[in-house]
Ligand binder design. Structure first.
Ligand SMILES: Cc1ncc(COP(=O)(O)O)c(C=O)c1O
Length: 390
Protein backbone atom coordinates (compact mmCIF):
# COMPACT_ATOMS: atom_id res chain seq x y z
CA UNK A 1 0.00 0.00 0.00
CA UNK A 2 1.34 3.44 -0.90
CA UNK A 3 1.71 5.66 2.14
CA UNK A 4 0.39 9.11 1.33
CA UNK A 5 1.00 10.58 4.79
CA UNK A 6 3.67 12.94 3.40
CA UNK A 7 1.12 14.29 0.89
CA UNK A 8 -1.41 15.48 3.43
CA UNK A 9 -2.56 19.08 3.20
CA UNK A 10 -0.64 21.47 5.46
CA UNK A 11 -3.83 22.21 7.34
CA UNK A 12 -4.59 18.55 8.07
CA UNK A 13 -0.97 17.90 9.05
CA UNK A 14 -1.24 20.75 11.60
CA UNK A 15 -4.16 19.11 13.41
CA UNK A 16 -3.46 17.39 16.72
CA UNK A 17 -4.89 13.83 16.87
CA UNK A 18 -8.61 13.92 17.72
CA UNK A 19 -8.80 13.52 21.48
CA UNK A 20 -11.34 10.73 21.52
CA UNK A 21 -9.43 8.73 18.90
CA UNK A 22 -6.47 8.50 21.33
CA UNK A 23 -8.77 7.54 24.16
CA UNK A 24 -10.33 4.84 22.00
CA UNK A 25 -6.86 3.29 21.56
CA UNK A 26 -6.34 3.18 25.35
CA UNK A 27 -9.79 1.69 25.70
CA UNK A 28 -9.19 -1.01 23.08
CA UNK A 29 -5.91 -1.99 24.83
CA UNK A 30 -7.61 -2.22 28.24
CA UNK A 31 -10.50 -4.28 26.88
CA UNK A 32 -8.09 -6.60 25.06
CA UNK A 33 -6.44 -7.24 28.44
CA UNK A 34 -9.86 -8.21 29.84
CA UNK A 35 -10.23 -5.18 32.13
CA UNK A 36 -13.78 -4.62 33.48
CA UNK A 37 -13.62 -1.04 32.28
CA UNK A 38 -15.82 1.77 33.60
CA UNK A 39 -15.71 4.23 30.71
CA UNK A 40 -16.72 7.76 31.65
CA UNK A 41 -15.12 9.51 28.69
CA UNK A 42 -17.43 10.29 25.80
CA UNK A 43 -20.50 12.49 26.20
CA UNK A 44 -22.85 10.10 24.48
CA UNK A 45 -26.17 9.40 26.26
CA UNK A 46 -26.43 5.73 27.22
CA UNK A 47 -30.23 5.65 26.77
CA UNK A 48 -31.92 5.39 23.36
CA UNK A 49 -34.07 8.03 21.66
CA UNK A 50 -37.57 8.20 23.18
CA UNK A 51 -40.11 5.62 21.81
CA UNK A 52 -42.39 8.32 20.34
CA UNK A 53 -39.47 9.64 18.26
CA UNK A 54 -38.61 6.15 17.03
CA UNK A 55 -42.27 5.61 16.07
CA UNK A 56 -42.28 8.86 14.06
CA UNK A 57 -39.11 7.78 12.31
CA UNK A 58 -40.72 4.48 11.28
CA UNK A 59 -43.65 6.36 9.75
CA UNK A 60 -41.36 8.85 8.07
CA UNK A 61 -39.41 6.03 6.43
CA UNK A 62 -42.56 5.05 4.54
CA UNK A 63 -42.84 8.49 2.92
CA UNK A 64 -41.37 8.23 -0.62
CA UNK A 65 -40.18 11.88 -0.80
CA UNK A 66 -37.97 11.25 2.22
CA UNK A 67 -35.90 8.87 0.09
CA UNK A 68 -34.89 11.61 -2.32
CA UNK A 69 -32.23 14.28 -1.86
CA UNK A 70 -33.31 16.44 1.05
CA UNK A 71 -33.46 20.23 0.98
CA UNK A 72 -30.07 21.85 1.56
CA UNK A 73 -31.37 24.20 4.23
CA UNK A 74 -33.74 21.66 5.77
CA UNK A 75 -37.48 21.14 5.51
CA UNK A 76 -39.46 24.28 6.25
CA UNK A 77 -41.62 22.15 8.60
CA UNK A 78 -38.50 21.26 10.62
CA UNK A 79 -37.31 24.86 10.72
CA UNK A 80 -40.81 25.92 11.86
CA UNK A 81 -40.64 23.33 14.65
CA UNK A 82 -37.28 24.77 15.71
CA UNK A 83 -38.74 28.30 15.75
CA UNK A 84 -41.72 27.10 17.79
CA UNK A 85 -39.39 25.36 20.30
CA UNK A 86 -37.20 28.49 20.63
CA UNK A 87 -40.32 30.57 21.27
CA UNK A 88 -41.64 28.25 23.97
CA UNK A 89 -38.28 27.48 25.59
CA UNK A 90 -36.49 30.86 25.39
CA UNK A 91 -39.23 33.34 24.40
CA UNK A 92 -37.35 34.14 21.19
CA UNK A 93 -39.14 34.65 17.89
CA UNK A 94 -37.28 33.42 14.82
CA UNK A 95 -38.09 33.62 11.14
CA UNK A 96 -37.89 29.94 10.11
CA UNK A 97 -36.98 30.90 6.53
CA UNK A 98 -34.04 33.22 7.14
CA UNK A 99 -33.00 32.67 10.75
CA UNK A 100 -32.96 28.87 11.03
CA UNK A 101 -30.76 26.39 9.16
CA UNK A 102 -30.89 22.61 9.58
CA UNK A 103 -27.58 20.84 10.27
CA UNK A 104 -26.40 17.24 10.09
CA UNK A 105 -25.68 17.47 13.81
CA UNK A 106 -24.33 20.69 15.30
CA UNK A 107 -20.75 19.45 14.80
CA UNK A 108 -21.31 19.71 11.06
CA UNK A 109 -22.26 23.39 11.26
CA UNK A 110 -19.51 24.20 13.76
CA UNK A 111 -17.05 22.43 11.48
CA UNK A 112 -18.18 24.32 8.40
CA UNK A 113 -18.69 27.88 9.61
CA UNK A 114 -14.98 28.80 9.61
CA UNK A 115 -14.95 28.07 5.85
CA UNK A 116 -17.52 30.83 5.38
CA UNK A 117 -15.55 33.51 7.21
CA UNK A 118 -11.83 32.77 7.40
CA UNK A 119 -9.01 33.58 5.03
CA UNK A 120 -5.41 32.52 5.73
CA UNK A 121 -4.10 34.39 8.76
CA UNK A 122 -7.54 35.20 10.16
CA UNK A 123 -8.13 34.30 13.78
CA UNK A 124 -10.90 32.46 15.62
CA UNK A 125 -11.18 33.06 19.36
CA UNK A 126 -11.78 29.69 21.00
CA UNK A 127 -12.46 28.72 24.61
CA UNK A 128 -9.64 26.77 26.29
CA UNK A 129 -10.53 24.20 27.51
CA UNK A 130 -13.17 23.71 24.84
CA UNK A 131 -14.87 21.36 22.42
CA UNK A 132 -11.94 20.47 20.11
CA UNK A 133 -13.87 21.08 16.87
CA UNK A 134 -13.76 24.91 17.20
CA UNK A 135 -9.97 24.96 16.84
CA UNK A 136 -9.73 21.99 14.44
CA UNK A 137 -12.24 23.46 11.99
CA UNK A 138 -10.46 26.81 12.15
CA UNK A 139 -7.16 25.16 11.23
CA UNK A 140 -8.77 23.17 8.41
CA UNK A 141 -10.19 26.41 7.00
CA UNK A 142 -6.70 27.95 7.00
CA UNK A 143 -7.20 30.17 10.05
CA UNK A 144 -5.47 30.35 13.41
CA UNK A 145 -7.23 29.52 16.68
CA UNK A 146 -6.43 31.85 19.58
CA UNK A 147 -7.14 30.38 23.01
CA UNK A 148 -9.26 32.20 25.57
CA UNK A 149 -8.35 30.60 28.92
CA UNK A 150 -11.36 29.56 31.02
CA UNK A 151 -10.17 29.69 34.61
CA UNK A 152 -11.80 28.64 37.85
CA UNK A 153 -11.15 32.08 39.39
CA UNK A 154 -13.32 33.61 36.63
CA UNK A 155 -16.04 30.93 36.92
CA UNK A 156 -14.70 29.51 33.65
CA UNK A 157 -15.78 32.60 31.69
CA UNK A 158 -13.28 34.22 29.27
CA UNK A 159 -11.63 37.56 29.98
CA UNK A 160 -11.87 39.51 26.71
CA UNK A 161 -9.63 42.29 28.07
CA UNK A 162 -6.66 39.91 27.97
CA UNK A 163 -6.77 39.50 24.18
CA UNK A 164 -3.85 41.43 22.63
CA UNK A 165 -4.90 44.18 20.14
CA UNK A 166 -2.89 42.58 17.32
CA UNK A 167 -4.90 39.35 17.76
CA UNK A 168 -8.18 41.25 17.96
CA UNK A 169 -7.41 42.96 14.65
CA UNK A 170 -7.28 39.56 12.92
CA UNK A 171 -10.19 37.96 14.80
CA UNK A 172 -13.29 37.12 12.78
CA UNK A 173 -15.09 34.46 14.80
CA UNK A 174 -15.67 33.88 18.51
CA UNK A 175 -16.80 30.46 19.74
CA UNK A 176 -18.44 30.18 23.15
CA UNK A 177 -20.29 27.32 24.79
CA UNK A 178 -22.48 27.60 27.93
CA UNK A 179 -23.48 25.32 29.60
CA UNK A 180 -19.87 24.42 28.96
CA UNK A 181 -18.17 21.26 27.86
CA UNK A 182 -15.87 20.29 29.58
CA UNK A 183 -16.01 22.56 32.67
CA UNK A 184 -19.83 22.37 33.07
CA UNK A 185 -19.86 26.11 33.87
CA UNK A 186 -22.98 28.12 33.04
CA UNK A 187 -23.40 31.73 31.91
CA UNK A 188 -26.26 34.16 32.44
CA UNK A 189 -27.82 36.72 30.11
CA UNK A 190 -25.72 39.46 31.75
CA UNK A 191 -22.55 37.72 30.56
CA UNK A 192 -24.02 37.27 27.08
CA UNK A 193 -24.71 41.02 27.00
CA UNK A 194 -21.02 41.63 27.70
CA UNK A 195 -20.27 39.26 24.81
CA UNK A 196 -22.53 41.29 22.50
CA UNK A 197 -20.73 44.47 23.54
CA UNK A 198 -17.32 42.88 22.96
CA UNK A 199 -18.39 41.43 19.58
CA UNK A 200 -19.63 44.84 18.42
CA UNK A 201 -16.34 46.50 19.36
CA UNK A 202 -14.18 43.71 17.91
CA UNK A 203 -16.31 43.10 14.82
CA UNK A 204 -16.38 39.34 15.37
CA UNK A 205 -19.19 36.91 14.60
CA UNK A 206 -20.30 35.14 17.78
CA UNK A 207 -20.92 31.40 17.41
CA UNK A 208 -22.56 30.28 20.62
CA UNK A 209 -22.87 26.53 21.09
CA UNK A 210 -25.88 25.70 23.26
CA UNK A 211 -25.83 21.90 22.85
CA UNK A 212 -26.35 21.34 26.60
CA UNK A 213 -29.11 23.84 27.34
CA UNK A 214 -31.59 21.12 28.36
CA UNK A 215 -29.34 19.16 30.71
CA UNK A 216 -29.69 21.32 33.81
CA UNK A 217 -30.26 20.71 37.51
CA UNK A 218 -31.31 24.11 38.88
CA UNK A 219 -34.76 25.71 39.00
CA UNK A 220 -33.73 28.33 36.40
CA UNK A 221 -32.88 26.76 33.03
CA UNK A 222 -29.79 28.04 31.17
CA UNK A 223 -30.55 30.90 28.73
CA UNK A 224 -30.03 31.20 25.00
CA UNK A 225 -27.35 33.62 23.79
CA UNK A 226 -30.12 35.19 21.69
CA UNK A 227 -31.84 36.37 24.88
CA UNK A 228 -29.13 39.05 25.21
CA UNK A 229 -30.11 42.43 23.78
CA UNK A 230 -28.52 42.82 20.36
CA UNK A 231 -27.32 39.20 20.13
CA UNK A 232 -28.98 38.61 16.77
CA UNK A 233 -26.99 41.54 15.37
CA UNK A 234 -23.68 39.87 16.15
CA UNK A 235 -24.08 36.15 15.96
CA UNK A 236 -25.73 32.78 15.87
CA UNK A 237 -26.45 29.89 18.20
CA UNK A 238 -25.76 26.25 17.37
CA UNK A 239 -28.08 23.67 18.83
CA UNK A 240 -28.60 19.98 18.62
CA UNK A 241 -31.16 17.25 19.16
CA UNK A 242 -28.34 14.88 20.15
CA UNK A 243 -28.16 15.37 23.89
CA UNK A 244 -31.75 16.47 24.53
CA UNK A 245 -33.46 13.49 22.94
CA UNK A 246 -30.66 10.87 23.04
CA UNK A 247 -30.30 11.20 19.28
CA UNK A 248 -26.51 11.46 18.93
CA UNK A 249 -26.41 8.75 16.27
CA UNK A 250 -29.19 10.31 14.20
CA UNK A 251 -27.22 13.46 13.29
CA UNK A 252 -29.65 16.33 13.54
CA UNK A 253 -28.96 19.86 14.71
CA UNK A 254 -29.60 23.45 13.71
CA UNK A 255 -28.25 26.97 13.87
CA UNK A 256 -30.35 30.06 14.54
CA UNK A 257 -29.83 33.80 14.64
CA UNK A 258 -28.22 36.40 12.36
CA UNK A 259 -29.68 35.91 8.88
CA UNK A 260 -26.52 36.90 6.99
CA UNK A 261 -24.40 34.41 8.97
CA UNK A 262 -27.03 31.70 8.41
CA UNK A 263 -27.07 32.48 4.70
CA UNK A 264 -23.25 32.32 4.46
CA UNK A 265 -23.13 28.95 6.22
CA UNK A 266 -25.98 27.76 3.98
CA UNK A 267 -23.87 28.62 0.91
CA UNK A 268 -20.98 26.52 2.23
CA UNK A 269 -23.31 23.61 2.97
CA UNK A 270 -24.94 23.79 -0.45
CA UNK A 271 -21.53 23.22 -1.99
CA UNK A 272 -20.38 20.51 0.40
CA UNK A 273 -23.28 18.40 1.66
CA UNK A 274 -26.81 17.55 0.68
CA UNK A 275 -28.79 18.16 3.84
CA UNK A 276 -30.13 15.98 6.64
CA UNK A 277 -32.16 12.86 5.77
CA UNK A 278 -35.84 13.89 5.47
CA UNK A 279 -37.13 11.09 7.71
CA UNK A 280 -34.78 12.17 10.49
CA UNK A 281 -36.08 15.72 10.17
CA UNK A 282 -39.67 14.42 10.47
CA UNK A 283 -38.67 12.53 13.63
CA UNK A 284 -36.95 15.72 14.81
CA UNK A 285 -40.25 17.60 14.42
CA UNK A 286 -41.92 14.95 16.59
CA UNK A 287 -39.15 15.36 19.17
CA UNK A 288 -39.31 19.18 19.33
CA UNK A 289 -43.10 19.51 19.26
CA UNK A 290 -44.03 16.38 21.25
CA UNK A 291 -44.30 15.65 24.97
CA UNK A 292 -41.19 16.98 26.74
CA UNK A 293 -41.70 14.89 29.91
CA UNK A 294 -39.04 12.33 28.88
CA UNK A 295 -36.53 15.21 28.74
CA UNK A 296 -37.38 16.00 32.36
CA UNK A 297 -36.94 12.31 33.19
CA UNK A 298 -33.45 12.35 31.65
CA UNK A 299 -32.58 15.42 33.75
CA UNK A 300 -33.64 13.59 36.92
CA UNK A 301 -31.52 10.60 35.89
CA UNK A 302 -28.41 12.73 35.27
CA UNK A 303 -29.02 14.59 38.53
CA UNK A 304 -29.00 11.32 40.51
CA UNK A 305 -25.76 10.36 38.76
CA UNK A 306 -24.24 13.80 39.35
CA UNK A 307 -25.09 13.63 43.04
CA UNK A 308 -23.66 10.12 43.44
CA UNK A 309 -20.41 10.86 41.60
CA UNK A 310 -19.75 14.29 43.13
CA UNK A 311 -20.48 13.07 46.65
CA UNK A 312 -18.20 10.07 46.14
CA UNK A 313 -15.30 11.97 44.59
CA UNK A 314 -15.48 14.66 47.27
CA UNK A 315 -15.43 11.98 49.96
CA UNK A 316 -12.13 10.85 48.44
CA UNK A 317 -10.80 14.40 48.85
CA UNK A 318 -10.96 15.31 45.16
CA UNK A 319 -11.80 18.94 44.36
CA UNK A 320 -14.65 19.77 42.00
CA UNK A 321 -17.52 22.21 41.51
CA UNK A 322 -20.82 20.34 41.42
CA UNK A 323 -22.23 21.00 37.93
CA UNK A 324 -25.42 23.03 37.57
CA UNK A 325 -25.79 21.77 34.00
CA UNK A 326 -24.31 19.38 31.37
CA UNK A 327 -23.53 15.75 32.05
CA UNK A 328 -19.86 16.37 32.87
CA UNK A 329 -17.96 16.63 36.14
CA UNK A 330 -14.75 18.67 35.88
CA UNK A 331 -12.47 17.47 38.60
CA UNK A 332 -9.06 18.75 39.74
CA UNK A 333 -6.31 16.12 39.73
CA UNK A 334 -4.60 15.46 43.06
CA UNK A 335 -1.13 16.91 43.77
CA UNK A 336 1.69 15.05 42.05
CA UNK A 337 -0.28 14.19 38.92
CA UNK A 338 -0.87 15.81 35.55
CA UNK A 339 -4.15 15.33 33.70
CA UNK A 340 -2.62 12.58 31.64
CA UNK A 341 -0.73 10.72 34.40
CA UNK A 342 -3.87 10.77 36.58
CA UNK A 343 -5.97 9.30 33.75
CA UNK A 344 -3.42 6.60 33.04
CA UNK A 345 -3.16 5.85 36.79
CA UNK A 346 -6.94 5.48 37.07
CA UNK A 347 -7.04 3.30 33.99
CA UNK A 348 -4.24 1.01 35.15
CA UNK A 349 -5.06 0.83 38.86
CA UNK A 350 -8.86 1.26 38.89
CA UNK A 351 -10.05 0.27 35.43
CA UNK A 352 -11.75 3.67 35.18
CA UNK A 353 -11.28 5.62 31.96
CA UNK A 354 -11.85 9.38 32.17
CA UNK A 355 -10.76 12.19 29.85
CA UNK A 356 -7.57 14.19 30.50
CA UNK A 357 -8.43 17.89 30.75
CA UNK A 358 -5.45 19.00 28.65
CA UNK A 359 -7.02 17.19 25.67
CA UNK A 360 -9.46 20.14 25.58
CA UNK A 361 -6.65 22.72 25.52
CA UNK A 362 -3.66 23.78 27.61
CA UNK A 363 -5.85 25.44 30.24
CA UNK A 364 -7.49 22.09 30.91
CA UNK A 365 -4.22 20.85 32.42
CA UNK A 366 -4.71 19.84 36.05
CA UNK A 367 -8.24 18.54 35.45
CA UNK A 368 -10.00 15.40 34.27
CA UNK A 369 -13.54 15.10 32.95
CA UNK A 370 -16.03 12.44 34.00
CA UNK A 371 -19.15 11.95 31.85
CA UNK A 372 -22.38 11.03 33.65
CA UNK A 373 -23.32 8.55 30.96
CA UNK A 374 -23.21 5.40 33.10
CA UNK A 375 -25.63 4.28 35.80
CA UNK A 376 -25.36 5.12 39.52
CA UNK A 377 -24.14 1.66 40.70
CA UNK A 378 -21.28 1.76 38.16
CA UNK A 379 -20.40 5.32 39.18
CA UNK A 380 -20.34 4.23 42.83
CA UNK A 381 -18.12 1.34 41.90
CA UNK A 382 -15.86 3.73 39.99
CA UNK A 383 -15.56 5.90 43.12
CA UNK A 384 -14.72 2.87 45.24
CA UNK A 385 -12.06 1.72 42.81
CA UNK A 386 -10.60 5.22 42.52
CA UNK A 387 -10.49 5.41 46.33
CA UNK A 388 -8.51 2.17 46.45
CA UNK A 389 -6.13 3.42 43.73
CA UNK A 390 -5.33 6.75 45.42
C1 LIG B 1 -20.02 21.37 23.19
C2 LIG B 1 -20.49 20.48 22.10
N1 LIG B 1 -20.96 21.02 20.98
C3 LIG B 1 -21.38 20.27 19.95
C4 LIG B 1 -21.32 18.90 20.02
C5 LIG B 1 -21.76 18.11 18.81
O1 LIG B 1 -23.00 17.58 18.94
P1 LIG B 1 -23.80 17.02 17.69
O2 LIG B 1 -22.93 17.13 16.49
O3 LIG B 1 -24.13 15.62 18.02
O4 LIG B 1 -25.00 17.89 17.55
C6 LIG B 1 -20.84 18.28 21.16
C7 LIG B 1 -20.74 16.81 21.23
O5 LIG B 1 -20.22 16.21 22.13
C8 LIG B 1 -20.41 19.09 22.23
O6 LIG B 1 -19.92 18.57 23.36
Amino acid sequence: MTDFSDRLSHNLAKLPPYLFARIDELKVDALAKGVDLIDVTVGDPDKPAFPSIVRSMKQALAVPENHQYPSYVGKLSFREAVAQWYESRFGITLDPKSEVLTLIGSKEGIGHIPFAFLDPGDVTLVPDPGYPVYAAATIMAGGDPYSLPLEKKNNFLPDFDRIPPEVLKKAKLLFLNYPNNPTSATADVGFFEQVVDFARRAGVVVCHDNAYSETFFEATPPPSFLEAVGAREVGVEFHSLSKIYNMTGWRLGFVVGNASVISALGRIKTNIDSGAFGAIQDAGIAALTGDQKPVEKMRRLYKRRRNALCKGLRRLGLKLTRPKATFYVWCEVPKGYTSETFCVHLLEKAGVLCTPGNGFGDSGEGYVRFALTVDVPRLEEAVERIGAAL
